[in-house]
Design a protein around this ligand. Structure first.
Ligand SMILES: *Cc1c(COP(=O)(O)O)cnc(C)c1O
Length: 357
């Protein structure tokens, strides 16, 4: 018996790790569980200079992302996915066992998990009934709060947190804490982005990724957009070479104008399919409620949730149960797949309805 258990930090011993989609369920035919886009992305690049370390913050990528996002190059940091951004921010702002972050479930779990790993208290304030922030409770718990993590559009509910509430918080916390807006899905409703506010609020941070609308989850690349002071401190703390040379080459290709146009076109197509799928799902009497969404996924409340989930799994259709999330006990999150994936899903839901009802 090894004694590692006695050496390891207590909060790591007690940690409930993130259940990534790829970890939970890797066998199936139709994957609608990780909000990936249903287009196979591939590229053939000749890489050179692989004996050399890459540029820690590749200028060409930053310049291209700056043109794409309309954000100054000095306000952009490239990261190993948005997930690295979430972790880095806690590392540079929060003192272990003193400071706290705030999170608003049901939401993306990685904010809280990173806090658990780093010994930072996670103050959990569930959304109100109308999916608005509980501003009163936030202000009552404001002491020692260094980071407020807002996911917008929120994963998994698909709703947009009220902009007025965010501006209220930006002002209230201007001298004491930062407001992080995770815009992982913002391309699906780009007109709603709040990135332009970083010039007005030095405590605003925006997280972006190439994993979702850009369809590049496999390369692990994201961005932090913020005031130059925050970017400078992040640069001091980030791992020396976060972006591998092959990833830099791939990103340089996919951030060109024709590729961005392709992405925008696909987003329009997926948004239309999302509305269609939502309407089709509502026709099935096993479906209790389909949440309105701004992302490339639908949160669906079912009658007989367990039977539905198991039946779809057996048929090789992999979706994401939300049964562990507050207020979503009877819900499933479904990513918008190809037209064929969606048709197959509807067809199988039809079959199970006739078996149950
Ligand atoms: C998928 C997702 C991420 C992770 O993005 P990566 O760039 O792949 O690390 C972050 N936030 C939310 C809300 C997500 O859904």
């Amino acid at each position: 018996m090894s004694n590692i258990k006695n050496i390891i930090r207590k909060n790591i011993k007690n940690l409930i790790p993130y259940q990534s989609a790829r970890k939970i369920n890797n066998s199936g035919k139709i994957f609608l569980n990780a909000n990936e886009i249903p287009i196979n992305k591939s590229i053939d690049i000749y890489h050179k200079n692989l004996n050399r370390y890459p540029n820690p913050q590749p200028n060409d990528i930053i310049k291209k992302y700056s043109e794409y996002s309309n954000i100054n190059t000095s306000s952009i940091l490239v990261t190993r996915g948005a997930d690295e951004g979430i972790e880095l921010l806690i590392k540079i702002f929060c003192n272990p066992y003193v400071d706290q972050i705030m999170t608003f479930p049901p939401t993306y779990p990685m904010y809280g998990i990173n806090a658990d790993i780093l010994g930072i208290k996670n103050v959990i304030i569930p959304f109100l009934k109308n999916w608005k922030l509980d501003i009163k409770k936030i202000m009552l718990n404001a002491k020692n709060t260094k980071i407020i993590y807002l996911c917008r559009p929120n994963n998994p509910t698909g709703h947009l947190i009220n902009k007025k509430d965010i501006i209220y918080l930006l002002k209230k916390f201007i001298h004491t804490g930062i407001i992080v807006i995770d815009e992982a899905y913002i391309e699906f409703c780009i007109e709603e982005s709040l990135a332009y506010l970083i010039d007005s609020y030095p405590n605003l941070v925006i997280l972006r990724t190439l994993s979702k609308a850009f369809g590049l989850a496999g390369i692990r690349c994201g961005f932090i957009l913020a005031n130059i002071d925050i970017i400078t401190f992040l640069q001091k703390s980030i791992t020396p070479y976060p972006i591998p040379t092959p990833v830099i080459d791939i990103v340089n290709f996919f951030l060109t104008i024709p590729q961005i146009q392709k992405m925008n076109f696909l987003v329009q197509e997926l948004n239309q399919r999302c509305i269609w799928l939502s309407n089709e799902l509502k026709k099935n009497t096993l479906v209790k409620y389909v949440f309105p969404t701004k992302g490339n996924y639908l949160l669906v409340e079912f009658f007989f949730i367990k039977k539905v989930f198991n039946f779809l799994s057996k048929k090789g259709i992999i979706i994401r149960a939300q049964t562990d999330k507050i207020r979503l006990e009877n819900c499933i999150r479904i990513s918008i797949g190809s037209k064929n994936d969606c048709l197959k899903l509807l067809q199988e839901l039809h079959v199970i309805r006739s078996l149950i009802l």
